[in-house]
Design a protein around this ligand. Structure first.
Ligand code: TYM
Length: 327
């Protein structure tokens, strides 16, 4: 069996980029897989404690609503398995400050800040620990996380070279379409919860009317042809990708159908498809919200199963690195 592991940060609401780029695939590939709400990663930038608690629960509920089934996969909260912090320390002594400074996300998040936390620099090492702690073969992510998975591979390979074959070296997988969903108002930037672009970001829990409004006001271009060309037509290309993701139809087929029908008709079809794509998640979320005990039970079960895998890995890591056994 191929073991998959992936995570999502509880900061800001889950958006269409997270869903199309990652979560939807997690649901399709959930057997023998491990998915995690990475609350420790959300602490690397300033945040409100009460909000972190609420968002962690909400996100876990959204993942269940998306179709993750605790009978088939392991769903848990990162901090509930504290061994990840121990492995992070060990890997901190393998990763170099130089390679961490080169990470695009660190440069982007640190830009213009007077000071950043050491946690922000160390973020990819915590992510590597997540992945390596669970003997992961594949990491299903959106395109923006590939660099972090590459770093994980480098660190694991270096570890194995230094201490003997101990860690499974994972690889990233991205979806054929939807790996980089763009902001509807700025289709050259990725859709993101941290960017202040509420009109450009479709949230998974947005009501149908809101989704339609956002799609209808999406930035396009001054031509009239619906054609996929990221360089010349980033807005239309983004909408084509979204329509393709939501309808599971290939882009060329959509170009043939909507090519000359005008942007208005095309946007109407995109809005309708996205509403239907997200509708089951929103409806199930509201059902789950009525039973908060259920999510607590799922997460406790998930943490217990995750802990069993993690502790076996840490035993190997301790033995390989020369840490004195407790008994
Ligand atoms: P996060 O919370 O930013 O995003 C969760 C997932 O959503 C994907 N994603 C996108 N995909 C397509 N288009 C977009 N506009 C878009 N925006 C986000 C991300 O690629 C990701 O797959 N560092 C990670 C969380 C993490 C993790 C891990 C992931 C922590 N530990 C271990 C994999 C394995 C992050 O911040 O994701």
């Amino acid at each position: 069996m191929t073991r998959r592991f992936s995570g999502i940060k509880p900061s800001g609401e889950m958006h269409l980029g997270n869903y199309a780029g990652a979560v939807r695939r997690w649901v399709d590939l959930q057997d023998d897989s491990i998915y995690c709400v990475v609350d420790l990663h959300a602490m690397t930038v300033p945040y409100e404690p009460a909000e972190l608690t609420a968002e962690t629960r909400r996100l876990a509920m959204l993942l269940l609503a998306s179709g993750l089934d605790p009978e088939r996969c392991i769903l848990f909260v990162q901090s509930h398995v504290p061994l990840v912090a121990e492995l992070t320390w060990v890997l901190n002594c393998i990763a170099t400050v130089g390679e961490l400074r080169r990470m695009t996300q660190f440069k982007e998040k640190g830009r213009g800040q007077e000071s950043v936390s050491a946690g922000l620099l160390d973020y990819p090492v915590l992510m590597a620990a997540d992945i390596l702690l669970y003997d992961t073969d594949e990491v299903p992510v959106g395109e923006d996380q590939i660099q972090h998975v590459e770093l994980t591979r480098d660190v694991a390979t270096r570890f194995n070279h230094r201490f003997g074959d101990t860690l499974v070296v994972p690889k990233a997988t991205v979806p054929p379409v939807g790996a980089r969903v763009k902001d509807l108002q700025d289709p050259t930037a990725k859709m993101s919860k941290s960017v202040d672009s509420p009109q450009g970001t479709i949230l998974v829990l947005d009501e149908p009317a809101r989704i339609t409004k956002k799609v209808k006001s999406a930035v396009t271009d001054s031509e009239t042809e619906v054609r996929f060309d990221v360089g010349a037509k980033p807005g239309i290309s983004n909408l084509l990708s979204l329509l393709s993701v939501a309808t599971a139809r290939p882009v060329p087929e959509l170009e043939a159908e909507y090519g000359t029908g005008g942007y208005g008709t095309f946007k109407g079809a995109v809005a309708e498809a996205l509403v239907e794509y997200l509708r089951p998640v929103r409806e199930r979320y509201h059902e789950l919200a009525a039973d908060p005990g259920e999510v607590t039970r799922c997460l406790a079960l998930g943490a217990e199963k995750a802990e069993a895998i993690a502790s076996a890995t840490m035993d190997r890591v301790r033995a390989a690195t020369g840490l004195l056994p407790l008994r």
